[in-house]
Design a protein around this ligand. Structure first.
Ligand SMILES: N[C@@H](CCC(=O)N[C@@H](CS)C(=O)NCC(=O)O)C(=O)O
Length: 294
């Protein structure tokens, strides 16, 4: 079974992050062929999406039978129906109902935050004072995230027990709070930190930093500060050296591009595989297996 998935620039396209997580975070990454569109602005996007009519929005997933899923929640629900063995939604009915309510509220609301503060995984800004229309939305997020954890008795970092669709759909919002420094309320702070530490999201960001252009249309003039997620293990690309491995940890192909970490050299089959690893080595299990093998 192979899905096709069409997404936007990894650093800026909010719903695309959620759709990627729906495949990557739930173990379906081997069943999907992903295409990334890189328009210079949202306005430049529409002509690029002619083949995704009638909706022409990102994300879009196409099922093996050809159904065109042009909406994040449609992708979520269709995957949940098709893969009953994967707990996209919590199994417990109380937790499931709560997760559905929250996911759908995210999808239909928070227009202030979504329009004023674009997702930007490239950087974080010094905390800005939220405009008046955003403060109630920040309070609402804190309220519903706290409510979900309380009624479902969530003990771990996620809203309704194990990571579910509700968490995937809130991931872009969590990064937004981190980028603009709004992760200050207690539940929000812990929840945002959990997303920023999540390896699936870290891989997406590491790939974005490796491969996506910085687009002025999505950037702000605020003062930039260090990314609010975990500090990545230090690593850098190198031109010469002797790689400990002969085969790329991702593709198995011969090594052509080198990276150094902890005074050791490792090789990859192309610049993208190398650079995504340089950006956050610990997010990549295949690389960590190599690092820890000796
Ligand atoms: N309801 C859609 C919204 C998708 C959406 O608005 N995508 C934007 C980019 S984040 C887009 O494709 N805009 C281009 C356009 O509307 O022409 C979903 O949840 O997936």
């Amino acid at each position: 079974m192979t899905y096709k998935l069409y997404l936007g620039n990894r650093l800026y396209f909010s719903w695309s992050i959620a759709a990627y997580l729906m495949f990557n975070r739930f173990g379906l990454e081997d069943q999907v062929k992903t295409t990334i569109f890189r328009p210079e602005s949202e306005a430049a996007l529409r002509p690029m999406l002619a083949d995704l009519a009638p909706a022409r929005t990102l994300p879009t997933a196409i099922t093996p039978e050809g159904a065109l899923l042009n909406d994040s929640m449609a992708i979520a629900e269709e995957l949940a129906s098709r893969h009953a063995d994967i707990p996209f939604w919590p199994r417990d009915p109380l937790a499931r109902g709560t997760a559905r309510a929250l996911a759908n509220e995210m999808h239909s609301s928070f227009g202030g935050l979504r329009s004023r503060w674009p997702v930007n995984l490239r950087t974080a800004y010094k905390t800005v004072t939220p405009p008046d229309d955003i403060t109630p939305e920040l309070e609402r997020l804190e309220e519903i995230w706290t409510h979900a954890r309380k009624v479902t008795g969530a003990k771990g970092p996620w809203l309704c027990g194990d990571y579910s669709i509700a968490d995937a759909i809130f991931a872009p919002m969590a990064t937004r709070l981190a980028t603009y420094g709004f992760d200050t309320r207690p539940t929000s702070k812990a929840y945002v930190a959990a997303h920023l530490a999540d390896p699936s999201l870290r891989r997406w960001r590491a790939m974005g930093l490796a491969n996506e252009a910085e687009l002025p249309a999505f950037e702000s003039d605020f003062e930039e500060v260090t990314w609010r997620g975990p500090t990545p293990m230090a690593a850098k690309a190198i031109e010469t050296g002797t790689s400990e491995n002969d085969a790329c940890p991702y593709s198995g192909l011969p090594v052509t591009h080198l990276m150094e970490t902890q005074g050791r050299a490792f090789g990859f089959c192309n610049a993208f595989c190398r650079d995504k690893t340089v950006n956050d080595p610990a997010a990549w299990p295949q690389f960590m297996a190599l690092l820890e093998a000796r």
